[in-house]
Design a protein around this ligand. Structure first.
Ligand code: MN
Length: 128
């Protein structure tokens, strides 16, 4: 058994940089077993992923805070605790926190992830 301790809001690994904009923390819950990767991810206010796609799709379970999810060609959609999001295989998208809120979600990623370019502030703010 492995408990990812969320009680102190203290995820263990700083994932800032690379495929994210802003400060992002994450814990590997289940690292790449049988093509399934599960991460608990905390986005600080304003932080978000780059555009990316998952080979066989992805499920996000929002557990705390508030944030945005967005598919290529669409507008950002607000998400909050209790929401469950599914991205189709190959669907280009991003996810992240709101401007003034944290976002905590469990990400269940299926297959490989292909990372693309950063999301522009204009694109990220399209819902505001
Ligand atoms: Mn994703």
């Amino acid at each position: 058994m492995h408990v990812v301790d969320g009680r102190n809001g203290s995820p263990s690994v700083d994932r800032t940089g690379g495929t994210f904009s802003g400060r992002v923390w994450g814990d590997a819950v289940l690292p790449a077993a049988a093509g399934v990767t599960i991460n608990s991810v905390v986005f600080e206010p304003g932080a978000r992923t780059n555009w990316h796609r998952h080979e066989r799709g992805q499920v996000l379970c929002v557990s705390s805070g508030a944030g945005l999810v967005c598919s290529r060609g669409g507008s950002p959609v607000p998400v909050r605790p209790g929401d469950v999001v599914f991205f189709e295989p190959g669907e280009e998208h991003w996810h992240g926190a709101g401007a003034g809120t944290l976002l905590v979600h469990l990400a269940i990623s299926l297959g490989t992830t292909e990372w693309l370019e950063p999301v522009s502030d204009r694109s990220a703010g399209a819902a505001a």
